[in-house]
Design a binder for this molecule. Structure first.
Ligand code: GTP
Ligand code: MG
Length: 565
């Protein structure tokens, strides 16, 4: 009943003031769902495609205040049907409204009717990022009733503060409830996802004159459904998505400039140019940094109107398929995401993870560790089962030949005899996670999502987590032996702590009390020595400030160049 309470209402999205069944943008199906209601599984491709189309139908408008929404609605309604409106505010800046029109062509028509202030003062760019100025004429507001139907709800685009999270978790009745609450209040919400796809579309639109078939896909935690409010936005740019096979049938061929030297130098020049474009022309994009020394070079920038930090790269689509793989695992069982969110919070709060990339474990590796544990207790199947169950339409091979084929539609997943229905509670799984890794032999074994069982360690590195898509690689090659030791100590501490808090689980808790996962996530009383080791490591790592892409480079390129910021 707890989960019906928390997950049940998500069957409907509260949009435009009325309860409507969720659009295909939000997936509501879990292969093993918490409630008994059967829900529909939405494939990852469909979610991405729907979000991209939604972005193409939308504009982001800066307004004076929330009160301008009715006026804006009346204005937009002159062009066509307004599908939805979503208001949010960014501290220090004005209020913003995402206006989604029903028809993309209407949105494009609206954009042709926009103007510039004083062309001598601004770069006269046209983009879906606009501001709504006060009308000189008397305003004709549409019928209040129509507006109420579209009810411009206000949304949070920022994560709740630590105090808010603590208060909510302290007020829960059970630890399992704390875990689902944490997931519900910190996961990326609809407005945040809309904004992320709009940010991607802004750059795609800017490049579309030269590259009409260019696509920018968000990947990583923005789309794998393990992302929390405030996480970064990882973007991958593909200049032309036409496949070689499609080109083979053409008789008229485009004249093009020849490539500049190696593929890498070409990517660097292109990224530099895109960086200039962002810096000089695109509204909202600020603090553009070119991080071009890593194996996977990126452009880092902030998007001020949406408060999103972006990392734009130009690699292949393997990273998007990785996000899809994690999404599929998260959909198979409703317990996966609350557990991953809890583990990530625990790791962040006790400083096992750090926003600055370095020699510590990353959220990505932690997520894989959690999925691997869930495979070991048969909550999740091995990836091999997903690969073996794939049909021809699941076939995906990235441009550089990485085979990313696996079953995408989990409603087709057959229960395997080795996968009895696990009924462990969330709390049991949390205990189990720490117990499992307290006993894991990291010296001799590595983690393989593909096999779902420990594998002999094939190389000399502290932590070996096999990349599930590129199986010759280790995604945690960056982790130092000291950091692995810390991880081992912390999982043992956590296991011990949970046992001692378990007894308090049945008590009635007051909202001021720190208990359950709050207690688990409390910073440890590290001995001074241990503290020093950590801080020395932190300082050393900060000196060689690296980008997340350094982690990729360490994965398979020992001689990667140092990072230039
Ligand atoms: P947060 O941003 O911390 O919320 O999680 P994230 O999963 O988005 O991680 P991050 O932004 O660091 O990386 C984005 C994506 O890049 C990940 O989801 C992975 O698909 C990929 N990635 C990150 N680190 C590695 C790595 O070490 N190896 C490989 N192969 N891919 C990685
Ligand atoms: Mg990320």
């Amino acid at each position: 009943s707890i989960f019906c309470k928390y997950l049940g209402p998500s069957k409907y999205s509260f949009k435009c003031g009325i309860l409507r069944p969720s659009s295909a943008c939000e997936s509501n199906f879990s292969f093993r769902s918490a409630s008994s209601t059967k829900r529909t599984f939405v494939p990852f491709d469909t979610i991405i495609q729907n979000r991209r189309l939604e972005a193409q139908r939308s504009i982001l408008v800066q307004v004076q205040s929330e009160k301008s929404c009715h006026d804006l609605f009346s204005f937009a309604s002159q062009f066509g049907t307004v599908e939805s409106m979503h208001h949010y505010s960014v501290p220090g800046q004005n209020h913003f409204v995402v206006v989604e029109m029903k028809d993309a062509q209407v949105t494009q028509k609206m954009l042709t009717k926009c103007g510039h202030l004083d062309k001598s003062q601004v770069v006269p760019v046209r983009s879906p990022f606009l501001w709504f100025r006060a009308s000189k004429n008397k305003r004709n507001l549409v019928d209040e009733k129509e507006y109420v139907n579209i009810n411009c709800d206000s949304h949070k685009v920022f994560p709740p503060s630590e105090e808010e999270i603590t208060e909510q978790l302290a007020g829960c009745q059970t630890m399992a409830q704390q875990m689902t609450t944490l997931h519900q209040i910190t996961k990326l919400n609809d407005i945040n996802t809309r904004l992320r796809f709009l940010v991607a579309y802004q750059v795609e639109r800017a490049l579309s004159g030269l590259f009409p078939l260019c696509v920018i896909y968000p990947f990583g935690s923005s789309v794998n459904h393990f992302g929390k409010l405030g996480c970064d936005l990882d973007l991958v740019l593909q200049l032309d998505i036409q496949s070689k096979e499609d080109s083979d049938d053409c008789r008229l061929m485009f004249h093009c400039k020849s490539s500049l030297g190696s593929e890498r130098s070409q990517t660097l020049r292109h990224l530099e140019t895109v960086g200039d474009l962002l810096q000089l022309f695109l509204p909202g994009c600020s603090q553009v940094k070119r991080i071009l020394g890593a194996r996977v070079p990126i452009i880092k920038y902030n998007h001020d109107m949406t408060a999103v930090e972006c990392d734009l790269s130009m690699t292949n689509l393997t990273a998007l398929y990785m996000a899809e793989l994690l999404y599929v695992f998260g959909e198979i069982d409703w317990r996966v995401r609350p557990l991953v969110f809890t583990i990530k919070k625990w790791a962040k709060d006790i400083n096992l993870t750090n926003p600055t990339p370095g020699r510590w474990i990353t959220n990505f590796s932690l997520t894989i560790l959690t999925l691997f544990y869930l495979q070991s207790v048969k909550v999740l199947p091995s990836m091999k089962l997903l690969v073996d169950s794939a049909s021809p339409k699941d076939r995906r091979v990235s441009e550089d030949g990485v085979n990313c084929t696996f079953l995408r539609d989990i409603s087709k997943l057959q229960f395997h005899p080795s996968l009895p229905d696990s009924t462990d509670s969330l709390t049991t799984l949390l205990f189990g996670f720490f117990e499992f890794y307290s006993q894991f032999d990291f010296n001799t074994h590595g983690v393989s999502l593909y096999y779902g069982t420990p594998i002999p360690k094939p190389e000399y590195s502290a932590l070996y987590i096999n990349n599930p898509l590129e199986r010759g690689l280790n995604v945690s090659k960056n982790v130092s032996f000291e950091e692995l030791e810390r991880l081992k100590v912390e999982v043992r501490n956590a296991s011990w702590k949970l046992e001692s808090t378990a007894n308090s689980n049945n008590k009635t808790h007051t909202s001021l009390e720190s208990w359950g996962i709050l207690e688990l996530c409390k910073k440890q009383n590290l001995s001074e020595k241990a503290k020093n080791v950590f801080f020395n490591d932190t300082m050393k790592a900060k000196e060689r400030l690296v980008s997340i892409q350094d982690l990729f480079s360490e994965e398979n390129n020992e001689e990667s160049e140092s990072i230039l910021v």
